[in-house]
Write a protein that binds this ligand. Structure first.
Ligand code: ADP
Ligand code: GLC
Length: 485
């Protein structure tokens, strides 16, 4: 690229360690870092939530940017991520972002009523960068999920030379649907409210805006890129994605291999590696102690760390928990989300206190301790764009049980006799969304768990895999370069 650094603005609604509700936060931290390591000038753009303003030392770069329909001007601030690597631009706008609660919902889990405005304004600021109206002039604006879907629309309707847009889908199930009136809020031409534009069954879909107007679309695994072109997974946008499939690339996520390293993880009582697997069992003992589960040495411990939503297949797990327990296994579950799932899990924990521990909430430390202490990790998702926990599990010698969908299909290799023999098997995979199939997959895993040599080989196969961002980040660079040719 002419010896000068390729300039990318990565626009996102969350980024670890500042603010994270799921995998998007992890990716928004690690991918820009990996791009910078490859020599690109990647920078972040985030809303000025309290957690962002508190954790970064920021200086003002632009004051008083007036953005319709806001009454008060916004300020644009700049700082650097806490690890000192990636520069971050922050949109400071107290009326939109400075409130208690989460990035998308209030503390009782209700969506903020002004989310269209909150993320429309974030997207407007990104478009100002894209129009080359601000100090940093990115060649690529990399948008993520519906919260940034309007960026490609804003830029498309602007004739000036502008940055190219890449729209990454982390989850099709969240589309950002709002009433038609939001078009007027942002001055988007009314003709865009059509099937050939951002209209979706009479509403405005921020995600569809991104998918329709972006110069390129990516999603977070090759299998999910195929999945979303059919009705079962496309959430009504499968037709558009099929039409655009020549500009759609599936790139599997990497993981942050320094934050997730069993040999150097501050949350663990005992460091371990594939050469020192007995030390893993000391983490199992510590986890049992912490969760007040009896030390049943021969019992396999099955872990789950998850948002408790339909997507993650909790309703497949709930009915078979008594059967799983009958096999002698114990379970350690950490999650939060739908109240009904939370309640049903807590009821089971009360019923089987020596067998299941359920922790409701978000807990970074415990998530690492479960990844390290569990023998098996359960991830029976109905759909999974990529999924990160199955990769953390393999890296931690914890064997994943997954459904063959999206990124789970792309990252876990089933323990068939042939794959075991070829030393490539890393987990257990089942096909159909039903509890009986899941249960027989769990039983298959438990059978292997008793075959100590096979089990150790599965652990080693997973621990040897390279899940770092390096390869995937290079694929993003190829996408950016092809757009700039
Ligand atoms: P998704 O983004 O769909 O939730 P991923 O597997 O991509 O799924 O990423 C989830 C991320 O969020 C992982 O880093 C996981 O450890 C973390 N996580 C999910 N639920 C919790 C929780 N209750 N406590 C701590 N971390 C959690
Ligand atoms: C979404 C998906 C998850 C993916 C993550 C990061 O939250 O549900 O599968 O790993 O985004 O891309």
């Amino acid at each position: 690229m002419n010896g000068s650094k390729l300039r990318v603005l990565f626009v996102t609604s969350e980024a670890y360690p500042l603010v994270k509700t799921g995998g998007l936060g992890d990716v928004s931290y690690a991918l820009p870092n990996a791009l910078r390591q490859l020599g690109l000038d990647a920078r972040l753009l985030l809303p000025g939530y309290p957690a962002v303003l508190e954790q970064l030392s920021l200086v003002e770069v632009h004051e008083n940017i007036n953005l319709y329909p806001l009454q008060e001007p916004i300020r644009l601030l700049v700082g650097t991520m806490p690890d000192g690597i990636t520069p971050v631009y922050v949109v400071e706008c107290p009326e939109l972002y400075e409130r208690d609660g989460g990035p998308y919902q209030d503390s009782s889990g209700i969506e903020w009523p002004d989310n269209a405005l909150r993320f429309g304004i974030l997207s407007k600021v990104a478009a100002l960068f894209g129009d080359h109206n601000l100090l940093f002039k990115p060649q690529i604006i990399h948008c993520n999920d519906w919260q940034t879907g309007l960026v490609p629309a804003f830029l498309k309707f602007n004739a000036k030379p502008r940055a190219k847009t890449v729209m990454s889908i982390h989850n099709m199930a969240y589309q950002g649907l709002f009433g038609k009136e939001v078009i007027n809020l942002f001055g988007i031409p009314p003709e865009s409210f059509s099937i050939f534009g951002l209209e979706y069954y009479g509403k405005v879909s921020f995600l569809k805006a991104g998918l329709f107007y972006a110069d390129w679309i990516t999603t977070v695994s090759p299998t999910y890129a195929e999945d979303i072109q059919i009705a079962e997974y496309g959430c009504g946008l499968e037709g558009l994605l099929t039409q655009r499939n020549q500009q759609l690339t599936g790139i599997v996520n990497g993981i942050d291999t320094s934050a997730w390293d069993p040999n150097n993880d501050a949350y663990l009582s005992h460091a371990y590696s594939s050469k020192n697997l007995p030390a893993k069992s000391r983490n199992t003992q510590a986890l049992r102690r912490k969760l007040k589960l009896p030390q049943l040495k021969q019992a396999p411990l099955i872990g789950m760390v998850t948002r408790l939503t339909e997507q993650k297949g909790i309703d497949l797990v709930l009915p078979i928990i008594p059967d799983i327990i009958k096999t002698g296994a114990q379970m350690a579950i950490l999650g939060s989300g739908d109240e009904d799932f939370e309640n049903r899990l807590q009821e089971l924990a009360a019923l089987y206190p020596t067998k299941i521990s359920v922790t409701i909430g978000y807990n970074e430390e415990l998530s690492h301790q479960i990844e390290a202490g569990a023998n098996i990790f359960l991830m029976p998702s109905k759909f999974e764009p990529c999924g990160l926990n199955q990769m953390y599990s393999m890296r931690y010698g914890t064997i994943p049980i997954v459904r063959r969908t999206g990124g789970l299909a792309d990252t876990v290799i089933d323990a068939t006799p042939k794959n075991i023999k070829n030393k490539i098997a890393t987990g257990f995979v089942f096909e159909t969304k039903n509890s009986a199939e899941l249960l027989s997959c769990v039983q298959r895993a438990l059978q292997s768990f008793r075959e100590k040599k096979t089990w150790r080989q599965l652990q080693i196969n997973g621990m040897k895999r390279d899940f770092s961002w390096h390869t995937s980040a290079k694929q993003y660079v190829s996408v950016y370069e092809s757009l700039l040719e």
